[in-house]
Design a protein around this ligand. Sequence first.
Ligand code: PLP
Length: 378
Amino acid sequence: MKQRYYFDWAATAPPAGLSPPVPFGNPSSPHTEGRLARRALEDARSRCAAALGVGAETLYFTSGATEANTIVLHSLLARKDPPGTLLYSATEHPSVRENALALKRLGIPARQIQAEKDGRISGERFSSALGRAERPALAAVMAVNNETGSASDIPALASLARKFPGPPPRFHCDIVQAVGKVPVALGEWGVDSASLSAHKLGGPRGIGLLYLRQPAGALGAGGSQEKGIRPGTENVAGAAALAEILEARAGIGIVRAEYAAAAARFGFLIRSLRELDRCALIPEDRQDEDTRFSPYILQAAFSGIPGQAAVRALDDEGFAVSTGSACSSHRESRPVLDAMGVDRETALYGIRISQGWTTTDDDIEALIRAVRKMLAKL
Ligand code: PLP
């Protein structure tokens, strides 16, 4: 097989090979095997909490970020009082956006918060959405967008939510593409809830975390695991692997060091892409090392080559890239790019290039060569 170059880290990261052995018992069983598994689970929770700088009692293991986001949004259905408005940014991952639409069909008022042209949610747009909503109950704004890398100022937005005159809405933040990549201070950001996923960091699929600053009502039923917030037998092996990966990747020292290296690599990529006639960065004014974006995710369009065709052409050359989120890869529409005001044609040509900590300068140079070759051919 041809040498492969992996540029789809935002979909999933190559496994880091960290799978510590864990006791096999069911953590809810009262016997010794069960108690050993319970101890391993709680040990994993404490280690995740220490790595994220929050209390262990605020963390709930889930099957991933989709489930964590779903639990938070669906908690609106568990409220006894009439539901207030759900606000969600127009660029959210489908696990927020499509759940918001599902809730709307069930009668929960749900409104989008408009994004700026760079895909970020500004304080002005956030305040205006809060001001227009009837009794805002929950506001969801992601830290880093999975298609463009746009990074909103979460502490500033969470602070605006807290200062809302009237009962403040809860503030939820999807930190999937932020944790381990850009500095995250969960305990200090002032968010009420957050979601993350192990497999974006090189951990296994099927394990993630929900952070709840205060216990919140949840819709789940069927078991008292994870305090009833996430019923179902716990994934102890996954929890232990997540603890391991967060300890390895989420520390502020490593995040800062890797960030600088990633920014330099993508800075070079951006400069090189700019030199190509048929290439447009999305958004167009993205700079080489631009702090409005995560340096791990880039969206670019190649005029005349539909995104799906570019993905196939680069795949043939040995390069894994994608269009949008892996969950929506079979759909033509690009709601995130639409929300940024990107014209339909450019959006159709868009591809996502995402890198990680094993990406090298040579990989970037090889990618640029492959893009040139594709442009010459198509
Ligand atoms: N949120 C964002 C921003 C993502 O990129 C993803 C994965 O694509 C998810 C949520 C869903 O995560 P999981 O695969 O753990 O359900």
